[in-house]
Design a protein around this ligand. Sequence first.
Ligand code: NAD
Length: 286
Amino acid sequence: MAAQVVDGKAIAGAIRREVQAETQTLAAKRGRRPGLAVILVGEDPASVTYVRNKVKACEEVGIKSVQIHRPATVAREELLDIIHGLNKDETIDGILVQLPLPLHIGERSILEAVDPAKDVDGFHPSNLGGLLTGNPFFVASTPLGIMEVLDRFGVVVEGKHAVIVGWSTIVGKPTAFLLLERRATVTVCQEWTRTLAQHTQQADILIVAAGKPGLVREDMVKEGAVVIDVGINRVEGRLVGDVDFASVSPKASVITPVPGGVGPLTVAMLLKSTLMAYKARNAPKK
Ligand code: NAD
């Protein structure tokens, strides 16, 4: 039986409409819109596109967005000053630093400077710690998007074997903890994993975030598996995932395409997290 193909754009559209409605109601009551600051360093074309999409999405749902763009040569101190200013800015609820940053800056020091209460990407150690201890507040948008797909398709996670290919702090690791919290048995594979196929073949839920086009083929997937393809790769001018969609989709029960799968959900979940930050900052102090 052919897989159900996830329409990420449609799900993202529904989430955006929910965020827009709540933003309008709250902003009217409080006299202030939620605000997201997006920091972009350098001119990496993919990063420029991602930032443009995020800023546009904010405006569409009524979230104020402030874009701060510095050249790749920017000093770490200047970036730290910018972040400290945004931390104090009452009109800013969320701060997002578009990754990757140039090596000389030291990504960790920048991410750790963001106020955890404004860390909508969930990369501050205090938010990562919350995830580890089963008490998450902000979680990275892509893992949230993955969970949204599983939930919207009624995928039962408890007791299932989830195999994740890729262990980045942006995708693989947070997704592993979210799935563990939902009582899945989780296997995390990375580029040093021997016999990758033996692991992926065991997966009831297979999540692939390696950045390697065509890494997962039909013979690596169990019949009826839920397959979430996070990869975004440009091949001969076309965007493709890490999963060979044509051969895997007849075998899967649910599958996300690239483009149009997890990507749109990542942006939608960022909007949701920004609204959550705004709500938490405006909540009356106990
Ligand atoms: P990353 O480079 O930080 O991590 C890649 C991971 O894949 C590493 O853990 C690495 O060990 C593993 N890996 C690489 N080759 C492998 C192999 N042959 N076998 C097993 N594991 C292997 O990348 P990332 O930031 O996590 O992104 C991964 C992919 O997801 C990229 O294509 C990226 O563009 C995409 N991405 C998409 C979204 C989205 O919104 N859809 C968001 C973030 C990242």
